[in-house]
Ligand binder design. Structure first.
Ligand code: ZN
Length: 184
C-alpha cells in the first residue's frame, strides 16, 4: 500500500472524530506562517483547535510574494489580524545557499529555477527579516506580528524579540480596526 493509499484509508478514522462544520473565518483571528518541516505539528505545539487559525507553510517559513498573497486573503476576506511566524532549529534551509540549490537543480534537470530559495544561516535574523517584510507591506491589516523559533530537539517555542519594532499596540492597523479592537 502506498503512503498515499494509507492516508486515504486513515481518513475513515478521522471521520469518526470529525468535529462537524465550522465557519470559514478562523475563530482566533490568527494566521501562522511556518516552515514546512515535518517535525512541527503546529496545531499541537501552539494549542490550536480545528477552525482556530490559518496556517501558511513553505520551505523555511519565509515571507514570499505568495505568503503575502495568502495573508492578504486571510486578513481582508477572513478577518485575521495577528500573524505569528514559526521558524525552527535544524532547518533544511540552513543547509544550502540560494546558489548551491539553483546549481543542484540545474545539474539534475538541466533547468535553473526562476525563483530564489531564500536560504539563511541565522534563524533569529531570518525571523526578524520576515517580521519586517510583513510590517512593511502597506496593504496588510496586521494588528500584531510576532516571531518564534521552535526547538525540534526539546519542543520549546522561543519568541524572537525585534527591538527595532514598535510595540504591537502601535503596529499597523487602520482606525476602524483599532476601534474594533478597543471595543472588543
Ligand atoms: Zn525548516
Amino acid at each position: 500500500m502506498s503512503e498515499i493509499d494509507q492516508m486515504l484509508a486513515a481518513n475513515g478514522e478521522w471521520r469518526a472524530e470529525f468535529p462537524g462544520g465550522l465557519p470559514v473565518a478562523p475563530a482566533r483571528k490568527v494566521a501562522v506562517v511556518a516552515c514546512m518541516d515535518s517535525r512541527m505539528p503546529l496545531f499541537g505545539l501552539l494549542g490550536l483547535a480545528v477552525g482556530d487559525a490559518h496556517v501558511i507553510r513553505n520551505a523555511g517559513g519565509v515571507v514570499t510574494d505568495d505568503t503575502l498573497r495568502s495573508l492578504t486573503i486571510s486578513q481582508h476576506l477572513l478577518g485575521t489580524r495577528s500573524v505569528v511566524l514559526v521558524h525552527h532549529t535544524d532547518c533544511g534551509m540552513q543547509k544550502t545557499t540560494d546558489t548551491d540549490l539553483a546549481d543542484l537543480v540545474e545539474r539534475t534537470t538541466g533547468h535553473r529555477p526562476p525563483w530564489v530559495a531564500q536560504a539563511f544561516t541565522d534563524v533569529d535574523e531570518d525571523v526578524r527579516e520576515s517580521m519586517r517584510r510583513i510590517r512593511a507591506t502597506p496593504y496588510l491589516l496586521s494588528a500584531e506580528v510576532r516571531g518564534t523559533v521552535y526547538d525540534v530537539t526539546t519542543g520549546e517555542l522561543r519568541e524572537v524579540k525585534d527591538l527595532a519594532a514598535p510595540h504591537h499596540s502601535q503596529a499597523r492597523g487602520g482606525p476602524l480596526q483599532r476601534g474594533r479592537e478597543l471595543g472588543s
